[in-house]
Design a binder for this molecule. Sequence first.
Ligand code: ADP
Length: 259
Amino acid sequence: VEEQLRQAHKMDVVGQLAGGVAHDFNNMLTGIIGAAEMLNWRLGEDPYNAKLTGVILDAATRSADLTRQLLAFSRKGKITSTAISINDCINAVVAILERTIDKRIDLRVELKAQNPTVIGDPGLLQNALLNLAVNARDAMPEGGTLTFTTCNVELAGSALPGQLAAGPYLEVSVADTGIGMTPEVLEHIYEPFFTTKETGKGTGLGLAAVYGTVKEHNGTIGVTSEPGRGTVFRLSLPSGASQASELADGEETVQGKGG
Ligand code: ADP
């Protein structure tokens, strides 16, 4: 618990710093993008000029994407809070993945939660699951299985770190059979800019954003990983069981793809 608190504090400080920098940076980028678009409009007839403004626009747009991710990680306060179905989030993520995933990766979805409802921000949660899924995909260059599982759990106070409330939680796990992580890597994965991917491939912001989102939803995130065998990320999110039990469909769905 001590270690968890220390880590949480570190993430708070990093998050505030990152948020401040990202905010200013975003304003400057808006200026750069606006001016480059104007230049392109005035000088773009000439192919060489068009190419140069294209380079500026491309780099500035990618920087803006990065700062958006940073802001998502550090964003204080307001998230939209509605009763959402995690099944819908997972299905949306699967639809996106199917377009980018290699045939050698078998995609499995095991929706075991009778009540898949979470109170939260659908966009943020979907993004968090997508980040986990993309990491899982990247961890399986030789193919493997990516499994999403949901289930309902009742967590007692003692099982929960910090000030989290006891009660019904929805557990979502994202498991891969990929390269796994060493304890040294595991220690740093939630830190912004920590990446083991080659330059240009990873920003190191994915898991930092996931961590931020989970925290904002008063949930917890855990991971188990073994080099050469794979990784399982588990999110526990407070589920809107009492508010939304009528939404439960009570069905277990198993769906496979590829193979
Ligand atoms: P990025 O994906 O841009 O590197 P992340 O914050 O999403 O940034 O991940 C940080 C690092 O954590 C990755 O570079 C990788 O080393 C490790 N990692 C995350 N997910 C997995 C996974 N499913 N399997 C193996 N390693 C992972």
